[in-house]
Design a binder for this molecule. Structure first.
Ligand code: C2E
Ligand code: MG
Ligand code: MG
Length: 681
């Protein structure tokens, strides 16, 4: 009998019964030995002299020999039998001990051990079954194990059992089985066959382990590896995987299948994040994620959800992902026409327009979207995503809150940009940035009242204007280092001019603040430190912040401006008129000066409407107690007009182009010492 089978039999029989069988066997053996001994003794006794009836000594001696021989044989047989009996008893004890061990193990094991017959009927189930699956031993006897297995796993289980029957051992497999409460548990199981003397499989011993928790943990880990922790949206890795699978699908239908990726970036998110705090920033991102999800739902014809078995993760069909920070991406799978992509981008922007409620505060945001369509040349998911990102940057540069579609020209400009970025880093190390100054002139006296410090990049091939490198420097954060040294140098230069050309009020210095700088939490303290180090009176410094940044969110920008204002510096709104802000909103900000953008000034002497705008802006600014600077003043007519409108200050080529400190010193010398008015030159 197979050991396991015997063990099971004993395990179910109990020790008392086993002992009774043992006793009965002893009794039988004892009886047999006694009978043979008594019989032998009887026969031996026949040879004793007292029983001699014949005097034939030869007969008696033969009989005695024969009987003694028989007695010796019987004795030997009995001794051998007793010896065998003792051996058997030892083996049986060992078996019983082993069975007891089996029983102990199976009864106490966390693993579920079952014995089933060839039809799958349960013959034995260890107690772990009740613990894991909730069924009592009676319920287990009356229910079918096969029926409790998940329908889609059933075939695999049956095949594994069949294999175990044939080969003696089945493969390890995982399957789902229904708990009594209706939930599914995941088991890992192996089956071994029990065979009879003929070698036929009569039963199977199945050892099942409950791996539900382990599986859940594994799934969670896999989910975490492929999803963003904040929004639970797929992350970059999963997005790229889905995209790559979409590529593979589109290859099967090259003509009809179109793919596009939208790259969405929230405009000025860093500003919100830094001013509101990271918790509120996170909350805003979660809400943005929800809006994006809802703006994609129900647009099946455009972003059809794809059931893809081969995609990583179980949530195939998701087309939205958070790539990190404030960047999201949408995979538009199998669209009919590129214009479908634009429509989705428009809908997203429309959805994001409604104000968000974060921490009881109302916030209005916008997003820049870049779209890239898959072309035959594009085989890598990363490439398509990168193209969409490049288009997104273009959208940002085009004034944000819009959508741009990637094209070949963008690609080459992106390559150039990358080169520029590397060169900028090098330039910073080599100290190739120069500070140029452009005078700001009083229209009343014709005297220089201050300067605007402007960066120039001194390259071997010539001077590079800021329009070519400031935007990239800003995006990459390099602007922080560039402007730190510019501010220091400008402050030192101003102090030296103060000493050479004293005036009342003293000459002022204007420096520009980019969006990246404005979003930097330590901006005020850094400026404060430089002022202290260069021993410059804060009131001589004017910070220029472009209108779009200063006015974007009055509440938030107000906080940063107030912090800067507390340093004692003066604040100026640069390029006024290029944004959409109203003059009344300016009222709430702690600013001192308005710089009217040069696009207005340049047109005012030819266009009556522009002239009227300039006049009104100056008038309203004066009502708000703001000083007005006219940027880009190039002609005498413009100067006269501005004087007529009572504009205090002007800056532009009419007075001087930006130039280095030496040139400005000469200009100062001629205007201050010689008393030349820059207007009447
Ligand atoms: P902005 O602050 O509005 O500076 C005025 C720009 O107008 C300067 O261009 C100046 O050269 C130009 N300009 C002045 N007068 C005239 C004129 O009569 N006609 C014309 N057509 N242009 C005139 P620039 O130096 O090329 O600077 C461009 C922009 O780059 C600046 O605009 C400013 O926003 C930014 N920028 C320049 N240097 C720096 C810097 O060091 N840091 C930061 N953050 N931004 C800078
Ligand atoms: Mg400026
Ligand atoms: Mg300007």
């Amino acid at each position: 009998m197979n050991q396991t089978e015997e063990g099971l039999r004993i395990a179910q029989m109990g020790p008392i019964e086993a002992r009774r069988i043992d006793g009965r066997e002893w009794w039988l053996w004892g009886f047999a030995v006694t009978v043979t001994l008594v019989l032998t003794f009887g026969i031996v006794a026949l040879t004793f002299p007292a029983f001699r009836t014949q005097e034939d000594s030869a007969y008696w001696s033969d009989l005695r020999e024969w009987v003694r021989g028989l007695a010796a044989l019987v004795l030997l047989f009995d001794i051998y039998t007793i010896y065998q009996r003792l051996q058997l008893q030892r083996i049986r004890r060992q078996l019983a001990e082993r069975d007891q061990l089996f029983q102990l193990i199976s009864e106490n094991a966390a693993d579920m051990i079952a014995v089933v017959d060839t039809e799958g009927h349960r013959l034995y189930n260890s107690p772990a079954y009740e613990k894991v699956l909730g069924y009592s031993p009676e319920e287990l006897k009356t229910t079918s194990s096969i029926e409790q297995i998940h329908a889609s796993d059933r075939q695999r289980v049956l095949e594994a059992a069949e294999k175990a029957r044939r080969t003696g051992r089945g493969e390890r497999l995982e399957y789902r089985i229904r708990h009594k409460d209706g939930s599914w548990r995941i088991l890992e199981s192996t089956a071994s066959a029990i065979r009879n003397e003929k070698g036929e499989t009569t039963r199977l011993v199945i050892v099942n382990r409950d791996i539900t928790e382990r599986k859940r943990a594994e799934e969670m880990l896999a989910h975490n590896a492929l999803h963003d922790g904040l929004t639970s949206l797929p992350n970059r890795a999963l997005f790229l995987d889905r995209l790559q699978h979409a590529f593979a699908r589109s290859e099967r239908h090259p003509t009809s299948y179109k793919l596009a990726v939208l790259f969405i970036d929230v405009d000025e998110f860093k500003v919100y994040n830094d001013s509101l705090g990271h918790v509120a920033g996170d909350e805003l991102l979660i809400q943005i994620g929800q809006r994006l999800t809802s703006s994609l739902r129900g647009v099946d014809t455009i972003s059809r959800q794809v059931e893809s078995k081969d995609a990583v993760g179980s949530m195939a069909g998701d087309t939205l992902a958070r790539l990190g920070g404030d960047e999201f991406a949408v995979l538009l799978d199998d669209i009919q026409d590129p214009s479908d992509g634009i429509r989705v981008a428009d809908r997203i922007q429309e959805k994001l327009k409604a104000p968000f409620q974060v921490n009881g505060q109302e916030m209005v945001i916008s997003a820049s979207i870049g779209m890239a369509l898959r072309t035959a040349a594009c085989n890598q998911a990363e490439d398509l995503l990168r193209d969409a990102e490049i288009a997104m940057y273009r959208a940002k540069r085009a004034g944000k809150a819009c959508c741009e579609v990637f094209d070949a020209a963008m690609h080459s400009s992106a390559v150039n940009r990358l080169r520029l970025e590397t060169d900028l880093r090098k330039a910073l190390e080599l100290g190739e940035f120069r500070v140029y100054y452009q005078p700001i002139v009083s229209l009343r006296s014709g005297k220089i009242t201050g300067f605007e410090a402007l960066s120039r990049w001194q390259r071997p091939e010539g001077l590079v204007p800021p329009s070519e490198f400031i935007p990239v420097a800003d995006e990459t954060g390099l602007i922080l280092s560039i402007n730190r040294s510019l501010l220091r140098e400008a402050c030192l230069q101003l102090r030296s001019w103060h000493a050479q050309f004293p005036s009342d009020p003293p000459l002022a210095m204007s420096v520009n603040i980019t969006p990246k700088q404005f979003a930097q939490p330590e901006l005020a303290s850094e400026i404060g430190l430089i002022l202290k180090q260069t021993e410059m009176a804060p009131s001589n410094l004017q910070l220029e912040i472009v209108e779009t940044i200063a006015m974007r969110d009055a509440e938030m920008a107000g906080g940063v401006l107030t912090e800067l204002k507390a340093l004692g510096v003066r604040l100026s709104v640069d390029d006024f008129g290029t944004g959409y802000s109203s003059l009344s909103r300016l009222q709430r900000l702690p600013i001192d000066t308005l710089k009217i953008d040069r696009t207005f000034i340049s047109k005012m002497d030819v266009d009556a409407e522009t002239r009227e705008i300039v006049r009104t802006v100056i008038m309203l600014a004066h009502n708000l107690d703001l000083t007005v600077v006219a940027e880009g003043t190039e002609t005498k007519e413009q100067v006269e007009q501005l004087k007529e409108f009572d504009c205090e200050l002007a800056q532009g080529y009419f007075f001087s182009r930006p130039a280095d400190a030496t040139a400005m010193s000469e200009l100062l010398a001629s205007s201050c010492h010689a008393g030349v008015s820059l207007i009447d030159r």
